[in-house]
Ligand binder design. Structure first.
Ligand code: NAD
Ligand code: AHE
Ligand code: ZN
Length: 369
């Protein structure tokens, strides 16, 4: 069949809208009609050539929602017309990682996923006879996609696609980092670095679990109003701090934060986030994705004296199990999504979504097919 898609033919070039050839689902795979997709900073990072796993030409996008249109042989967990969210972190429930109960990082198909291929080592998408790579096992910038059955979460049918797609990455990542990874407790003090599509979800997660001080840090002064909408109690713009930013944050939190979250991908900010944690117990969670080649550093003494450095992917969520619950939280009003979707675009306008993100003018842009 044919599918309309925004293709990244080369790094650092605008996406091009073309019609691709799409092969049908093989055994264990499903055909999904993507109804809407968010644009995450990780898509921009890969398009900018900063991802060591970046492949071109490819169809980017990993924050989608859609409808199952066809299932391949042996598929048992979904049927046509089911509403689903594609999972860049699948959940096979059989691999060593899934069975460990210690991580959401399913390893069943990670090797081929990182090469831009389906689990059998081939691509289902082509243009003028040339293979086009998949991205993060999703490629939601295509109207129709093929996914392994283990990489779809079945969700309720009354959640609007143009909002629930954000649960495919940003919402789950931010809220899950608070609830699954840090396990922030009521009364804790929290600092969130970077108040974009992820950081605001960390803030609303911290509010949901009853954190006390929720401090937002961003270089963009417009983000103060955004943070306050979702529960931020204090805002710090590093540009307005005359002395050392770590000392400033430690003073604001009576000795350091219980939990800090990096949602910038900047390795200097990651260090600040770790060092702004309370001596003896503060935990810093890295969410931001750093460019290829970057490394983090701190004095080991920071860890010797009890600070903990952690990271999280997809908010520690087990996709098929947890994503339907987060959709319930949204539909039941426990978390907000609608105000964070600042721009709704057509596929033809998708490059504008990247421009808005780089200009700091959007929280989330969503493309509706
Ligand atoms: P975004 O562009 O919407 O937001 C980034 C925010 O960080 C902006 O508000 C920007 O002003 C702020 N910022 C940038 N540099 C800063 C600095 N030095 N100090 C303070 N603030 C700064 O991006 P997003 O979609 O929210 O993504 C945030 C990061 O999270 C990206 O690195 C993305 O790749 C990553 N991410 C990781 C996961 C995961 O599973 N670990 C999931 C999604 C996104
Ligand atoms: N491909 C990069 C790493 C990118 C990365 O860390 N991705 C996050 C999700 S970001 C979503 O917006 C993730 O899930 N990581 C775990 C994994 O298995 O990819 C690189 O450095 O090679
Ligand atoms: Zn993402």
């Amino acid at each position: 069949m044919k599918t309309r898609a925004a293709v990244a033919f080369e790094a650092k070039k605008p996406l091009e809208i073309v019609e691709l050839d799409l092969e049908g689902p093989k055994a264990g795979e499903v055909l999904v009609e993507i109804m809407a997709t968010g644009i995450c900073h990780t898509d921009a990072y890969t398009l900018d050539g900063l991802d060591s796993e970046g492949k071109f030409p490819s169809v980017l996008g990993h924050e989608g929602a859609g409808i199952i249109r066809e299932v391949g042989a042996g598929v048992t967990s979904v049927v046509p017309d089911d509403h689903v969210i594609p999972l860049y972190t699948p959940e096979c429930r059989q691999c060593k990682s899934c069975l460990s109960g210690k991580t959401n990082l399913c390893t069943a198909i990670r090797a081929t996923q990182g090469k831009g291929l389906m689990p059998d080592g081939t691509s289902r998408m082509s243009y003028k006879g040339e293979a086009i790579y998949h991205y993060m096992g999703c490629s939601t910038f295509s109207n129709f996609i093929i996914l392994p059955e283990i990489a779809v979460a079945k969700i309720r049918t009354d959640a609007p696609f143009e909002k629930s797609c954000y649960i495919g990455c940003g919402v789950t990542t931010g809220v899950g980092a608070v609830t699954n990874t840090a396990k922030v407790e009521p009364g804790a003090n929290v600092i969130v670095f970077g108040l974009g599509g992820i950081g605001l979800n960390v803030i609303q997660g911290a509010r949901m679990v009853g954190a006390d001080k929720i401090i937002g840090v961003d270089l963009n002064p417009d983000k103060e109003e955004w943070g306050r909408k979702f529960g931020m109690t204090h805002f710090v713009n590093p540009k307005d701090v005359s002395g050392d930013i770590v000392e400033h944050l430690v003073a604001l939190t009576d000795g350091g934060a219980d939990y800090t979250f990096d949602c910038t991908g900047n390795t200097d900010v990651m260090r600040t986030a770790l060092e702004a944690c309370h001596r003896g117990w503060g935990e810093s969670i890295i969410i931001g994705v750093a460019e290829a080649g970057k490394e983090i550093a701190t004095r080991p003494f920071q860890l010797v004296t009890g600070r903990v450095w952690k990271g999280t992917a997809f908010g520690g969520a087990r996709g098929r199990t947890d994503v339907p619950k987060i959709v319930d939280w949204y539909v039941n009003g426990k978390i907000e999504i609608d105000p964070m979707i600042t721009h709704t675009l057509t596929l033809e306008e998708i490059n504008k979504g990247f421009d808005l993100m780089h200009a700091g003018e959007s929280i989330r842009s969503v493309v509706v097919f």
